[in-house]
Write a protein that binds this ligand. Structure first.
Ligand code: MSP
Length: 510
């Protein structure tokens, strides 16, 4: 058993949480749940990124102070995660005192080690990105991401000597081939570094909404600089509660592909500059697209995508929390872009959940009621389903370990498919009550028990409900995966609940 520290990006609080944010957070939650299940000491961190010009402008536009605005919006993220059954261990807000303290310590260490100096910065700025662009990178003077005009900015800034880390970063990448996954994204970051690194400006005097620079109080740190450090703040970096040595070697950052440069170039260099090892692993995921366009708050505000139609709560009301989680995890391999649509979620719901899993459970419970007086029999050790279950356990476990929730669920559903086929073959509903029926049903119940454990990371509510219907006590997470993911543990002699359908079919157009 090991340790597993997983983080999401911290979300900007310029607007409400949407399905794109939910996508990252649910993936991180499922991975954390898997690692808890297998007995790893696990820490799952998420939170909100509350500084920067974008947030200050959103607050001003709503006629409230930046602090009041961030308080209110940060809470909306917590509420969304509660509603989606996201079990984070810590929720960080970058306006918290603990964060100021850690940021000042961390950047103070980089300053003391001589990697920060003062200079004048001139450049084209995009407030939506909170980032500078060169004229070459712009599209006719407009932001390449948002299409808005870039603003000419000139400031006296403190700079981070990123250029000093080019060779060290290349060496780090060469020695740690799994540092960034998938490989295509690793190659993207690697070529960026190989292309040559320029020093970067890390402070601002034009705004006050930020963490003050400890050695020059007229400046605040540029939002990205304080934001990245959140991953260490949560570990108590530089404070009495410092647990960095405990957690840092097992750190995994899950991020969207648009923030690769920050996490895979700046961040490891900053860690090196502060005298710390870079994080162990950055897992990059693609964008969720709606009609081919990224689902982002900034674009929504411009009317490009009707985000309000696809807020997480709209979907959970229609499909249920676990069905939404399942869809987001199952549809797209982590790393690829994915298409989000009502048709897609409805189809997954009806096929995988209602037809495959839901029918399996209903069928078995019905026959247990009619042929075994509602009492579930024990499985047989040499069941024809045993091999299918063992293969699903092996493949799903390996997939969770390699950050591939979609493959883990695919493997789990192959056991559901095999069990349905087994029932078709043996047709226990046609048999007279007796030993043969009991053998078939005991094996099917055992397969469902294994499925209940395997779906726990993705659908914690459904997993608990399956457990209850099988007549089992406690929860599927009570025992570690290493103990419970073995064929033959369904006890038999317990009452199987013949309740209402788990996933009533969805009919009609959406
Ligand atoms: N605040 C920065 C991150 C700082 S981390 C030190 C930021 N915030 S954000 O609110 O814009 O959210 C970024 C993350 O939300 C993305 O990296 C991605 O994980 C997720 N997503 C936002 N829109 C998304 C999609 N349309 N699809 C998938 N993920 C999306 O950047």
């Amino acid at each position: 058993m090991g340790r597993f520290y997983i983080t999401t990006p911290i979300y900007y609080v310029n607007d409400a949480p949407h399905v794109g944010h939910a996508y990252t957070t649910i993936n991180a939650d499922a991975l954390a749940r898997w690692h808890r299940l297998r007995g790893d000491e696990t820490l799952f961190l998420t939170g909100t990124d509350e500084h920067g010009q974008k947030v200050a402008e959103a607050a001003a536009a709503h006629g409230v102070t930046s602090q009041a605005w961030t308080d209110q919006t940060s809470q909306r993220f917590r509420d969304a995660w509660d509603a989606l059954d996201v079990g984070y261990d810590d929720f960080i807000r970058t306006t918290e005192a603990r964060h100021y303290e850690s940021v000042q310590r961390f950047l103070g260490a980089i300053y003391d080690r001589g990697f920060i100096y003062k200079d004048v910065y001139q450049g084209l700025y995009c407030v939506s990105c909170e980032d500078y662009y060169t004229i070459e990178a712009s599209v006719d003077g407009n932001c390449p991401v948002h299409g808005r005009p870039l603003t000419e900015m000139e400031e006296e800034n403190w700079f981070f000597r990123l250029s000093a880390f080019e060779d060290r970063l290349i060496e780090y990448y060469d020695r740690h081939p799994g540092f960034v996954t998938p490989e295509t994204k690793r190659n993207e970051a690697y070529s960026f570094i190989k292309g040559g690194l320029r020093d970067i400006s890390i402070t601002r005097t034009s705004i006050t909404w930020g963490v003050p620079v400890p050695w020059d109080e007229r400046h605040v740190f540029y939002v990205w600089y304080d934001a990245l450090i959140n991953y260490l703040t949560a570990l108590g970096y530089g404070r009495a509660s410092d647990q960095v040595a405990h957690w840092w070697p097992s750190s995994h950052h899950l991020i969207g592909k648009e923030i690769i440069r920050f996490h895979c170039v700046w961040w490891p260099a900053m860690c090196m500059a502060a005298g710390l090892e870079p994080p162990q692993h950055v897992q990059v995921h693609g964008w969720l697209l709606v009609g081919g366009q990224k689902l982002s708050k900034t674009m929504a505000a411009e009317g490009a995508v009707r985000l309000t139609d696809i807020a997480p709560v709209v979907l959970t009301e229609e499909f249920g929390v676990d069905a939404l989680r399942y869809y987001l995890l199952r549809e797209t391999a982590l790393g690829n872009d994915g298409e989000f649509s009502y048709e897609g979620i409805t189809q997954r719901y009806n096929t995988d959940l209602a037809n495959n899993l839901g029918n399996l459970v209903a069928r078995v419970a019905t026959v247990v009621a009619s042929k075994c007086d509602g009492v579930g029999p024990a499985p047989t050790p040499d069941s024809p389903l045993r091999g299918d279950a063992e293969l699903a356990i092996e493949q799903a476990s390996a997939a969770w370990e390699r950050f591939a929730p979609h493959a883990a669920l695919e493997a789990t559903w192959s056991l559901i498919g095999a069990t349905n086929a087994f029932l078709e073959r043996t047709a226990p509903w046609k048999l007279d009550p007796g030993a043969e029926v009991e053998r078939v049903l005991g094996d099917a119940l055992e397969a469902i028990r294994v499925v209940a454990i395997l779906v726990t990371p993705a659908m914690p509510g459904v997993a608990r409900e399956l457990w209850r219907r099988l007549g089992l006590t406690g929860a599927p997470t009570d025992a570690l995966a290493s103990e419970s993911l073995r064929w033959g543990l369904y006890p038999g002699g317990v009452r199987v609940d013949r309740a209402t359908p788990l996933f009533p079919r969805i009919v009609g157009d959406r």
